[in-house]
Every structure is written in C-alpha cells, then in structure tokens.
Design a protein around this ligand. Structure first.
Ligand code: GLY
Length: 369
C-alpha cells in the first residue's frame, strides 16, 4: 500500500481530537461536515439510520488511541440514540446499524449491563420486522410493506450478536432466513445485486426489483454491492456457513472488477460514461469487507483490492487538514437525490475508513461480531 495505515490513523485521530469537541460542545449527533462545522441528519432527527456511526467511530478511535475523550463522546451520543428507543416513531430495520455500533460496542468493549439490555432491545425490534413469509421489512411506509433491501445484510449482525448474548437461537435463525432469501432473490448471475426487492406481504411471492439509490432499475448501485459484500462476509464469520462465503466472494469479485483506475468508486457501476458520480462510502465499506475476505480465504487479490480503494481515497479524497471537520470527501448518499449529500463528507465514510485502518494496524475491535 502506498500510504502507511498507522501514520494516517494517527493523523485522523489527531484531527478528531480537535473536531469531535465541536460536536460535543454543540450537543449534536453529526451526520456530515462542511465548511468547518458538523451538520446533523437531514431527516428523522436522531432516528436517522446513520446515528450509530458517530459513536462507532468514537469507539474505533478509542481502540486506536485509548484516549478517554473518545469513550466519553461515544457514551454521550449513545444516550441520544437510546432516547429514540422510547419515541420509536422512525425506527426501522436500521436499528442494527444504529445500536450495534453504539450500545453493542459499549457492551462489547466494557461489559456495561445497561448497554447489553439496550442492544437486546434493538435486536428485538429488528426481530419484530420479520415477516414469516420470508423477509425482514426494511422501511415503514405502508406502500413499502413488502420491501426488503440489500443493506439489511449488515443489520443482521445484531441478531447474531443477540443469539450469542442470550443463548437463544431464534435471532440467528431469523438472520439466516433473511440471508438465504437475499441469496435467492437479490444476487444476479453476473455477480451484481439488486438494491430493493418487493414481495407480496401476504404470500411472500416475489413481485420484482424496484429502483433504489442507484442509477436505474436493474443497474448496480455500488454501495448496495458493498453492503452485500461485507454483510455476507460477516454472516460467514457469524455462522461459518460456506454459502455465505460464496455469496460474499461473488459480490467481491464483481466489485473488484469495477474499481476505477484511480481507486475511487463510481456511485453506480452501470452509470453513463462521463457522468461523474463518485461514492467513496461504497469504497470504504468494501475495503473493510475485502480485508476480512482476504483473511478468511488467504486470497492476496482481495487485500490488493482493499489497498487500491484505500490508496485512492487517501490520495484523492481525504482532508487531513482543517478544511472540513471530517475526513473522507466525495461521498454520495443517492444517485439522483442530493438531499442527503452528494460529493461531500458523510460520517459513515469516516467510520469505515477508520475501521479499515484499524484492521490493517491490528486495532480493530470487531464491532460487527
Ligand atoms: N440505507 C443505507 C444506505 O443508504 O446506504
């Protein structure tokens, strides 16, 4: 790798020692940064699905530095998220993302009993979204009752965790039912994946793919591909079931074949040539998946793919100075809708970048497992 992971991680930690204080002073849960300030989520307040990435990032930085400021900041923002368990209004299948990286991390790293209860509370909410016709319901809108999405592969991790915590296999069984459905219904013969699949919520009959955050119906949204790549890798680590590893490898091979020569990631692998939409969120998530896959399989090409992505982002799209509060730029939430951010710093880009660097430097607390 051209960049030195430990040196970059030190610079990132030093920057967050300065800028995370701004969020703490303002009492907010950051979603993105621009022009020297942190900005909160554009939708649903602290129930927006990305809320766990800030405390998760603080735990990643704590693992790297052992600076107690990061632990305190993780705990401050975990409280903002557990308040949302009470209101419940906007919570959806992304309780996995939100609570595994906040309460789940807190419990895993310190043994805190209340954090364990809150993690199980979130896991039970996710269990309640399982429709026994065969899928975990993604979103809350009535007209989307039959929707399942590839992103949910990452949320399954909190179910596997809950089964280990309680010694009750129900949680892991539901996770496997959903993962098996995802293999059948989302993975395409060429190695790409659908973002959204709609089912009849009464019968479970597949209605068809629905266009989502990618370029168009039937295209290949790179972040969805990354969620699947890393999600199936984690499902394999949780179960040691070969079919999940095979799914992860298929998704990874397709992703690796589409990494741009500069190491950046197009927002959609089928986007029109010349249309510049980069999504480094996808690259950072995929880098974590590639590193884990290289460890599981011993395949050097997966590590090379991770390093190309990381070097691309570090060479072209990282602000280690004082331009913005966060680090990774050129993150794009959705191909056609700029409301949640286009070509900007978004917090889960920084989260996965730091997780990847922690993996390479031997400091990863493995928050997903
Ligand atoms: N729903 C997760 C994402 O936008 O990637």
């Amino acid at each position: 790798m051209r960049n030195q992971p430990a040196l970059i991680a030190e610079k990132i930690a030093a920057k967050f020692q300065r800028t995370a204080k701004l969020a703490a002073d303002a009492g907010i849960l950051p979603y993105k940064s621009a022009a020297g300030e942190w900005i909160t989520s554009p939708f649903d307040g602290n129930s927006w699905w990305t809320g766990g990435f800030w405390p998760g990032l603080m735990w990643q930085l704590y693992s790297f530095t052992h600076d107690d400021f990061f632990r305190q900041e993780a705990l401050r923002t975990e409280k903002l998220l557990t308040d949302e368990l009470r209101t419940f209004r906007f919570l959806n299948h992304d309780v996995g993302f939100m609570y595994l990286l906040s309460c789940g991390a807190h419990h895993k790293l310190t043994g805190d009993a209340q954090a364990a209860q809150d993690t199980l509370h979130a896991a039970n909410l996710l269990m309640g979204r399982y429709n026994p016709v065969g899928y975990i319901r993604a979103w809350n809108e009535k007209e989307k009752m039959g929707y399942a999405i590839i992103d949910c592969m990452m949320n399954l991790s909190i179910l596997f965790r809950a089964s280990r915590m309680t010694e009750d296999p129900r949680f892991a069984k539901v996770a496997q039912l959903h993962a098996d459905m995802t293999i059948r219904e989302f993975l395409r013969p060429n190695g790409s994946s659908a973002h959204i699949v709609a089912f009849d919520p009464e019968t479970g009959k597949r209605i068809g793919e629905v266009a989502g955050q990618g370029y168009c119906l039937g295209s290949s949204w790179s972040r969805g591909q990354a969620w699947g790549l890393y999600g199936f890798t984690l499902a394999y680590l949780n179960t040691r079931e070969e079919r999940y590893l095979n799914a992860a490898k298929g998704l990874a091979d397709y992703f690796a074949a589409h990494i741009r020569p500069d190491g950046l990631t197009d927002s959609d692998f089928c986007q029109p040539e010349g249309e510049e939409r980069i999504d480094n969120l996808a690259g950072a998530i995929a880098a974590c998946g590639f590193i884990e896959l290289s460890r599981i399989t011993g395949r050097a090409d997966y590590l090379t793919a991770a390093e190309s992505l990381l070097d691309g982002m570090l060479d072209h799209c990282c602000d280690l100075g004082d331009g913005i509060c966060g680090i990774l730029t050129h993150c794009t939430a959705s191909y056609h809708d700029d409301g949640a951010g286009r070509h900007t710093n978004i917090i889960y880009g920084d989260y996965f970048l730091m997780e990847a660097l922690n993996k390479l430097t031997g400091n990863d607390p493995m928050l997903w497992i």
